[in-house]
Design a protein around this ligand. Structure first.
Ligand SMILES: Cc1ncc(COP(=O)(O)O)c(C=O)c1O
Length: 378
């Protein structure tokens, strides 16, 4: 059935069981989780069950998990938390230059408020190295924020190594795992991070819900102020149905994460092999690096990817690595950070596979692309 969806890093559909879980709450447990009467207690029980399911997926304990509206809010919360730290913690922040805009723009706002910020560079393989973090460390560094896997390239970042480097100095570590959670096994104890971001709609739960892991001993200042929900850590009436959906998604994903990783990795390799046959000047971003099992970012060097994909838009959905604005082309900040030139960036397409992707779909996309590439190159 067209269009074939290969853009799961942009968003995922809700699993049917997730929809059922949400409908159950909307119909039967719609009370305010802060009310002390029976309807409130039932809603609260759903919320706490969801919290337990989400925290289990990353080996956290329930009281270390705060529900938020999504990845953006979780990232903003961690960065602005810096302003609430005691003066003795310092006011220097390191974020990598390939972070999602919800980290980068929050860092820029903090700079305007007097926090000193350094943007860690990636090497040409798209990796933030420990050496780079070491180079930027200062006596007053308070927080290092590096994503676990990049949304555009899927390239994994050495977060646990970075944590091992900086934590002995009393520096806090945040990782944005919005793209990684549910795709690869994650254990916050092994990662040794203080804060971890997740976004529901990247893991088959709905949009508008996310969570933030805050380690027990990590300092925390609420970002949203108001009522005392989430033990005073995030004000606002809890979205119980959405949280229940997220909880159900985490529970389901935890059951077959290894099998699904292998399956998607095999499909990704099939796609990569096939693409090499239909376009000889193909370049793979993150070649030789550990990447998310579902993400393949390639450049059809010499081709304008936006034009190519416009020819296939009825058949399949993927993303490009450069966007046209009026007559100029803006290369994604991630590819630019990796030193990818304009021609290669312009030919870049991100394929991101998911749990419903099949071999037949991969073969169909290859056939359509092969035909269109023949036409554009003639
Ligand atoms: C790595 C990363 N972080 C954060 C976000 C933002 O999450 P949300 O859409 O839930 O605000 C995204 C979404 O694209 C993402 O890919």
């Amino acid at each position: 059935m067209y269009p074939i969806y290969l853009d799961f890093n942009a968003t995922t559909p809700c699993l049917p069981e997730v929809i059922d879980a949400m409908v159950g709450v909307w119909r039967n447990h719609w009370g305010n989780a802060s009310s002390s009467h029976l309807m409130g207690l039932k809603a609260k029980a759903c919320l706490e069950e969801a919290r337990m399911r989400v925290s289990s997926l990353m080996n956290a304990s329930s009281d270390e998990l705060i529900f938020t509206s999504g990845g953006t809010e979780s990232n903003n919360t961690v960065l602005f938390n810096l302003l609430g730290l005691s003066a003795s913690m310092g006011r220097h922040l390191i974020v990598s230059e390939i972070e999602h805009p919800s980290v980068l723009n929050a860092a820029i706002r903090l700079m305007e408020q007097g926090v000193s910020v350094d943007f860690a560079r990636v090497n040409s393989a798209g990796v933030v190295t420990c050496e780079e973090i070491q180079r930027l460390l200062r006596p007053n560094t308070a927080l290092v924020s590096v994503m676990l896997a990049n949304n555009e390239t899927g390239i994994m970042q050495p977060v646990s190594e970075i944590a091992r480097l900086v934590k002995p100095r009393g520096i806090l570590v945040h990782t944005d795992a919005a793209q990684a959670l549910g795709k690869i096994p994650i254990n916050v104890r092994e990662l040794q991070v203080d804060y971890l971001t997740l976004a529901g709609h990247k893991l088959y739960a709905p949009k508008g819900i996310g969570a933030l892991f805050v380690a027990k001993d990590a300092p925390f200042t609420p970002f949203l102020l108001g009522g005392g929900q989430e033990k005073g850590r995030r004000a606002g009436t809890e979205a119980v149905a959405l949280a229940a959906g997220l909880g159900r998604a985490c529970e389901l994903l935890s059951k077959d994460i290894d099998r699904e990783m292998k399956r998607q990795e095999a499909l990704k390799e099939r796609l990569w092999q096939g693409l090499q046959q239909i376009w000889p000047h193909l370049r793979r971003h993150g070649q030789g690096q550990a990447t998310l099992p579902n993400t393949l970012s390639v450049s059809f060097v010499g081709v304008n990817a936006t034009g190519l994909l416009a020819r296939c838009e009825k058949e399949f959905c993927v993303s490009t690595g450069a966007a046209c604005h009026d007559r100029s082309v803006r290369i994604s900040h991630v590819l630019a950070a990796m030193g990818v030139g304009q021609e290669v960036a312009q030919g870049t397409v991100r394929f991101s596979l998911g749990r419903t992707t099949t071999e037949d779909q991969i073969d169909a996309v290859l056939a359509i692309l092969g035909q269109q590439l023949k036409e554009v190159s003639n």
